[in-house]
Design a protein around this ligand. Structure first.
Ligand code: UTP
Length: 229
């Protein structure tokens, strides 16, 4: 299988520790022993900090995004360091480059590509580009809920939804001030248009990602188009 895994910065780099990168590298190697793997890495706390400072200094939002992208690429380089020989040595700057680096048979690890989105969307578009059989979005929450559980405590976690339901939920949560959505709305639209089989799961323990890909065993949310059911 071709598998694209989005590793949120919030799980791999909530703070900067080599141990965390080592643990994710070990899990990714296990998956790559059986499948062709592409990884996107988020920016984490460092990206948020840099963006906050840039905004205070008067930078516009697109410029802040560029700083965010730089940080995601730095985290990608750290994960490449941890993967060592198993990874392609540099993060691709766009999707075409990702595809061509993959012909090396190495694991391709990238950060963001363009302002106005997050690495969730980068990973979803990469999934389209490389015709991924599976897209795993590893985040710090347990999956997709009926609404934002931090805003509505009665919200329920969903085990299986269609891409259309995902888009509806993500758009609804976006309209509430201060609410953060579990997956980038652009990523949700891409999943919808290309019917990419997707799992959104809690990846704070990297073993959860391994179990989901290798054993199809997870406690997250599966997004399956009715055509693929
Ligand atoms: P992240 O993907 O880390 O965003 O990108 P996030 O929402 O903070 O996700 P987590 O917490 O890591 O899971 C960090 C920032 O980099 C910019 C955006 O500003 C984003 O908020 N970015 C990233 C882009 O502009 N384009 C990209 O393709 C990727």
């Amino acid at each position: 299988m071709i598998v694209v895994i989005a590793i949120g910065g919030s799980i791999i780099a909530p703070n900067l520790h080599s141990k965390s990168f080592k643990e994710y590298a070990k899990a990714i190697k296990e998956i790559a022993a059986q499948h062709k793997v592409f990884i996107t890495v988020g920016g984490g706390a460092m990206a948020r900090e840099y963006i906050r400072i840039a905004r205070n200094l008067g930078a516009n939002e697109a410029f802040c995004d560029l700083i965010g992208i730089d940080l995601t690429r730095l985290n990608a380089r750290l994960l490449i360091s941890a993967l060592s020989e198993d990874a392609y040595p540099i993060p691709p700057l766009d999707y075409k480059e990702a595809e061509s680096f993959a012909s090396s048979e190495k694991i391709v690890v990238m950060g963001g590509v363009i302002p106005g989105q997050t690495t969730d969307a980068t990973a979803a578009i990469l999934s389209e580009f490389v015709k991924a059989d599976l897209f795993v979005n590893a985040t710090s929450v347990d999956g997709v809920y009926t609404s934002d559980p931090r805003v509505e405590p009665s919200a329920k976690k969903l085990d299986k939804i269609t891409p259309e339901q995902l888009v509806e939920i993500v758009m609804k949560s976006e309209m509430k001030a201060g609410a953060e959505s579990v997956i980038d709305p652009l990523a949700a639209k891409i999943i919808e248009r290309s019917k990419i089989p997707t799992i959104v799961l809690n990846g704070t323990d990297p073993k959860n990602i391994v179990d989901a890909v290798i054993k199809n065993y997870h406690f997250g949310t599966e997004i399956i188009s009715s055509y693929n059911k």
